[in-house]
Ligand binder design. Structure first.
Ligand SMILES: Cc1cc2nc3c(=O)[nH]c(=O)nc-3n(C[C@H](O)[C@H](O)[C@H](O)COP(=O)(O)O)c2cc1C
Length: 248
């Protein structure tokens, strides 16, 4: 098992995997790590679909165009889940407030599911496995993914995580310096422009010189292009179809 420092600081997204299953004890460890995730109020408003059926993985690939899903050993879909608490509330004749119709209710589910994904990611990485988060599992075809995996009302996909035995070791991507990410005591009020420009240039240099396919992308334009593309996602409509809404 890797040291925690290497697990966290040497992590990079892995998109190519050996066509081999993960050892059973490792996936059990990943499940236990998911289970012990801290959650808001200990509400545990999340569930995970572990997709190992190759036919289902191929279908998810067709819906998302993310190859990692069909080549990984386990594709875990992390979902916000209010179905379980509603089922129990019904059984115990407890009135459930319309928490799923508040922004905070939605945020609670998203945070719980995301932290669970990070537990799985760290556990998998500590075993030397490769991982890649797949946001397209939420955005590419929300209704079709929900139907395919038979998600009930009150459950929506937040993010996927592909896990497999690594078949590549891409260069570590440079990240923003600590000074831009961690603000001391209060939000920085000095000019962050020069440091942001330096980081933008560092990413462009990395993209020009990294091993494998190179590009001329800087950071800002490239990320903003993704956001421009994401303007066509209509998550609120998708959430409404899953039984969520936000009016407060
Ligand atoms: C929430 C989330 C969603 C992501 N979705 C995708 C995705 O759909 N496809 C993909 O190839 N990578 C995806 N990634 C991986 C990011 O592209 C990657 O983490 C980022 O480029 C930084 O690279 P690194 O993980 O190697 O440090 C996602 C990452 C996160 C955290």
């Amino acid at each position: 098992m890797k040291e925690i420092k290497d697990t966290l600081l040497e992590r990079r997204s892995i998109r190519r995997y050996e066509r081999e299953p993960i050892p059973a004890d490792q996936i059990q460890f990943i499940y236990e790590a998911i289970r012990n995730t801290p959650t808001s109020y200990n509400g545990q408003q999340f569930s995970v679909i572990d997709v190992t059926d190759q036919e289902l993985k191929e279908k998810l690939y067709e819906l998302t165009q993310q190859k990692q899903i069909k080549t990984c050993s386990h594709f875990l879909l992390f979902c916000a889940d209010y179905n379980k608490i509603s089922t129990l509330a019904d059984l115990k004749y407890i009135d459930l407030p319309p928490f799923t119709h508040t922004m905070d209710g939605i945020i609670v589910g998203v945070v719980d599911a995301t932290l669970a994904m990070m537990s799985a990611l760290v556990a998998a990485e500590s075993c030397g496995l490769g991982t890649c988060c797949i946001g397209y599992a939420r955005t590419a075809a929300p209704e079709a993914v929900s139907r395919l995996l038979e998600l009930p009302q009150g459950v929506f996909a937040v993010c996927g995580l592909a896990i497999g035995i690594p078949r590549e070791k891409p260069d570590l991507k440079p990240k923003q310096p600590v000074s831009l990410i961690v603000h001391q005591n209060r939000y920085r009020n000095d000019d962050m422009g020069p440091e942001l420009l330096d980081y933008d240039a560092e990413i462009r240099e990395f993209n020009r010189t990294r091993s494998g396919a190179t590009t001329d992308n800087d950071w800002a334009s490239h990320i903003i292009d993704y956001y421009r593309h994401a303007m066509s996602y209509h998550m609120l409509d998708a959430l409404r179809r899953r039984g969520f809404d936000a009016n407060s």
